[in-house]
Design a protein around this ligand. Structure first.
Ligand code: ADP
Ligand code: MG
Length: 201
């Protein structure tokens, strides 16, 4: 029941994550996060890195660990959130959306940074992060480093204010390395090894 309410795009567990493929992901730290102790203090987890390195997989796995401990979880991608906000604004329901997103113990915001947020969405995210601050955890994934967050939000001051609250009590995992998505293709010889002449030709 809680798994359905969490609205995961697909189910992924920590046991399905190959830590040996992505050595920049500290297994011990991830397993500690999976105990969900950080949720008791409303702390946040930020997973940063390029596409395909397992950010969404890890975010869902942590969400599933939370559910195993009977914590409420809600997963939403930023693109979805933007679509919801456009509808909500038209129907004058933004306050209800904000209240709903403040309820789950763990809110997963996936893929921050692929799309710019307009002023309304930026202000909404600011309110969301402020209201959940130290009360409800956020697990956020992003392809952008913190220095690039000014580009996501039209307003750099707003971006700084959001980051300030998100990062205050938080753990950041900076994931570097190869895309797991491309691994199979690379194996099949569709890509050369990195740095190899003629790769991906
Ligand atoms: P990201 O969100 O960083 O773009 P995903 O988490 O969506 O990447 O990962 C892409 C795909 O590769 C998913 O199907 C995911 O389950 C898988 N994957 C990524 N990294 C690993 C890994 N280290 N071990 C096993 N599967 C992985
Ligand atoms: Mg992702």
């Amino acid at each position: 029941m809680k798994t359905q309410l969490a609205h995961f795009p697909l189910l992924k567990t920590l046991d399905q994550f190959d830590f040996s493929f992505q050595p920049s992901v500290p297994e011990k730290q991830v397993r500690e996060l999976a105990t969900m102790r950080f949720v008791a203090h409303g702390e946040n987890v930020l997973l940063l890195g390029p596409p395909g390195v397992g950010k969404t997989h890890l975010a869902i796995s942590l969400g599933m660990s939370a559910i195993a401990q009977s914590l409420s979880v809600y997963f939403v991608s930023i693109v979805e959130l933007l679509e919801q906000l456009a509808r909500d604004a038209a129907e004058d329901r933004l306050a209800a959306r904000l209240a709903a997103l403040c309820k789950p113990k763990v809110l997963i915001l996936d893929e921050m940074g692929y799309f710019p947020l307009d002023r309304r969405a930026g202000q909404f995210v600011f309110q969301l992060v402020s209201r959940r601050y130290l009360k409800g955890s956020i697990i956020l994934t992003s392809n952008k480093s913190y220095g690039e967050w000014g580009d996501i939000f039209a307003d750099p001051v707003l971006a700084a204010a959001i980051l300030d609250r998100l990062l205050h009590q938080s753990t950041t995992l900076n994931i570097r390395g190869q895309s797991y998505r491309l691994r199979e293709k690379r194996k099949a010889g569709m890509f050369g090894e990195p740095g190899e002449a003629g790769a991906a030709s």
